[in-house]
Design a protein around this ligand. Sequence first.
Ligand code: NAI
Ligand code: MG
Length: 504
Amino acid sequence: MAHTMTKREGEAAPPSRGAIVALDFGKAWDYAAAPESPDHVSIDPKYGLFIGGRWVTPRSGRFFPTINPSTEEVLAEVADANAQDVDDAVRAAREAYDKYWSRMRGADRAKYIFRIARAIQEKARELAIVESMDGGKPIKESRDIDLPLAAAHFFYHAGWADKLDYAFHGRRIRSLGVAGQIIPWNFPLLMAAWKIAPALACGNTVVLKPAETTPLTALLLAKIIEEAELPPGVVNIVTGGGETGAALAIHPDVNKVAFTGSTSVGKRIQRAIAGTHKRLSLELGGKAANIVFADAPIDQAVDGIVNGIYFNQGHVCCAGSRLLVEESVHDVIVKKLRDRMATLRMGSPLDKNTDVGAINSKAQLARIRELVAAGEEEGCERYSAPCPVPEKGYWFPPTFFTGASMSSRIAREEIFGPVLTILTFRTPDEAVEKANNTSYGLSAGVWTDKGAKIFYMATKLKAGVIWGNTFNKFDPTSPFGGYKESGFGREGGRQGLAAYLGVE
Ligand code: NAI
Ligand code: MG
């Protein structure tokens, strides 16, 4: 697992902090590696499909490898489901819906969902390690963010299962049937939780397709669901790539399609199922503005900027990828940001000291590099943190651009990597205009010490989530979703239940 690191040449001195100031060890500042051991994690060499409560060999007969993007080593072979396999899974889900799940009292459904939540907590360490191995995110994040939130989503929705009548008081509600759910690779287990938990709570059965680069935690979740003794077929997990996803979305017996991923695939799904009875919710890309006013607590804002874009290597649909700073504080923020970035550690996702992990796949790294090259060609000024780059795996150092214009590709297109574009504004209205000048509208951040300014901005910004003096904070009680090409439908909160219910 060890990475060979090149020497930190010319690295800027870390900023002084508390007691450590007195012990200026220079290069000795580096922490010793503190790797989380993968020894007790069990990853099978090969996984079949989880259909009708059983593990089955794919009819396609095909398997594909999932790798660890920080080492390029193969972790396991997973099944590549074809349309027939998807059909088997949808049939199993339909049978489970008719026989068990649609007839069960909400309080009984809740017991099963609580069981899943508790099992995720019990196995949190193993799941976090596998998440970091399969997808490249730092263990700090998978352990402290993905896992607790995944469990919280199951707990939260278990609580709703017997209270749905109260959520939509005075209205008649009904479950929809079979939900076909397709998820991306940036928060693999968490996205599975966001999709499965509300679907089950509302009385639907599920066929879930995880992303092809990160299928392992969904397969471990299938094992948890098996151990929790859910009736067979209530949750089915089929692995595969885009064709498997497409087969699931267009299957005639799927009542509801829920998709999180790229805007282009979201549009393709929308076109493919137009005119059918299917319900659809889409959570797509973003190009969020993180807006910093001159009166903001600057040091906190700088940490918020770092969290907004370098968290999970920028593989976040709501990442604060456009920084809008009030002109008078531009230079000081850029300087503080460079200093802060010089302290970020990029390296093994399993090292507890790591801040920035690996890019999820070779294809994603190529996309990031292409857009960064476009930024340089357009004459924008690039700064990349002086992180040593491990020899194997896919890596991209935290980077920002200054001198970009609103029409630059790096200011308009979703990069989905650790790359920030810095722009300036002079008045709140100019900030609003620039922030809203995008085809997306998933999230935004506002940093200021004036509460009234936060509320003013929140009424003007066209984004589904607006953070005030913080960024990238999530909670199952809080609905999440987009405006414009960021999609429609909400996940989380009471509003999220409506995506899985007919409300009359
Ligand atoms: P993608 O949209 O192709 O993949 C997301 C999921 O959709 C995966 O499970 C994939 O197998 C499935 N899929 C692919 N084609 C499909 C089809 N025709 N029908 C049904 N399902 C299909 O995203 P990709 O190619 O991995 O990433 C490309 C770009 O998309 C990224 O650079 C990023 O900008 C954006 N993206 C946004 C995400 C978000 O959370 N909003 C997540 C992942 C990527
Ligand atoms: Mg992988």
